[in-house]
Design a protein around this ligand. Sequence first.
Ligand SMILES: Cc1cc2nc3c(=O)[nH]c(=O)nc-3n(C[C@H](O)[C@H](O)[C@H](O)COP(=O)(O)OP(=O)(O)OC[C@H]3O[C@@H](n4cnc5c(N)ncnc54)[C@H](O)[C@@H]3O)c2cc1C
Ligand code: SF4
Length: 333
Amino acid sequence: MSRDMMSAFELYQPDSVQGAIDLLTKFGKDGWALAGGNDSFDWFKDRIKRPKYVVDLGGIAALKGIREVDGGVEIGALTTLTEIQNSEVIKSKYKVLADAAGRVASPQIRNSGTIGGNVCQDARCWYYRYGVNCYRAGGNTCFADTPQGQNREHCLFGASRCVAVTPSDTAPALVALDAKMVVLGSKGQREVKAEEFFIGPNVDIQRMTVLEKGEVLTAIKLPADWAGARFYFEKVADRNTWDFPLVNIAAAIKVSGAAGSEKIDAIRIAAGAVQCVPRRLTVVEEVVTGQPKTEDTAKLAGQSAVRGATPLNFNHFKIPLLQNLVTRAIRDA
Ligand SMILES: Cc1cc2nc3c(=O)[nH]c(=O)nc-3n(C[C@H](O)[C@H](O)[C@H](O)COP(=O)(O)OP(=O)(O)OC[C@H]3O[C@@H](n4cnc5c(N)ncnc54)[C@H](O)[C@@H]3O)c2cc1C
Ligand code: SF4
């Protein structure tokens, strides 16, 4: 009797970043970088992605750990979400990231899931994950954006043939913190701002990030500027056990003045699961900067966050959800 099995692949376990880059460059589109495997193994076991060569980054010590550098922090891409959630330095300087990491999935997934894998994970649209030949999979239809399509989890902004969203909880926190993503490939190293690292379907419908085949995210740098600011992270999901965000919000805010008469001096705020990329809410930032940190300002911020939202058939609920999360972020940070 023959059975349909997960496709075999050759496994490579380099112990240096350069070794990994060399292998991934050589394998090109047939290669796959593996971190904790939580996203990757779903694809492999469902037989939807069938790489010939898998390059396991897990043995590369240089990609792991949290280091204080120039008043900021550098996090190796292979650092687990549990380490970030529990790190004293992250909790004291960049609590928004510790909170976001702590809301990802389940403890078991956070123990093996890495920050690099969390920001590089693919879209969770069920049609795409089931292997249908939609735009993102190389076909010529979006099955979610039809009158009866299951699009409850999909986008409010930035649709461009594909209406999938970023499923990452840590990505909006990194945008709020103005993080820099360190990318290494055969052509050398570059640093990309977090908000430019994520790309929408208008740029490339088959990628979620700027990473080209053969490139590896090696580290994430959190700048000193936002260390110790006021922070807010909140995620709403269907269930409080492991589940992807319906909407999440991450904010970093600097205030001045005495309690009760505080003024917002600077802010960065981003929402996840409303667009294919973490949506930096620049309109909100403009509306609240220089304003008193009051209930009225918070309400105005919430209203401005949803301007231009274009819901699909089944995700109208995301509009008041986003509005309320933004209001709470400004009020309660
Ligand atoms: C049941 C379940 C529930 C989940 N719930 C949530 C949730 O609530 N919130 C949330 O944010 N996520 C959630 N996830 C996603 C999960 O957090 C991510 O899949 C996980 O963090 C990925 O990390 P990993 O190290 O296991 O990545 P892997 O599966 O190893 O990699 C994921 C992808 O990133 C690429 N990659 C990984 N590291 C690098 C690198 N350094 N450079 C270049 N490419 C790289 C891989 O090639 C692959 O394409 C859930 C996943 C599951 C299975
Ligand atoms: S939303 Fe994107 S991933 Fe989902 S079916 Fe449409 S094209 Fe495919």
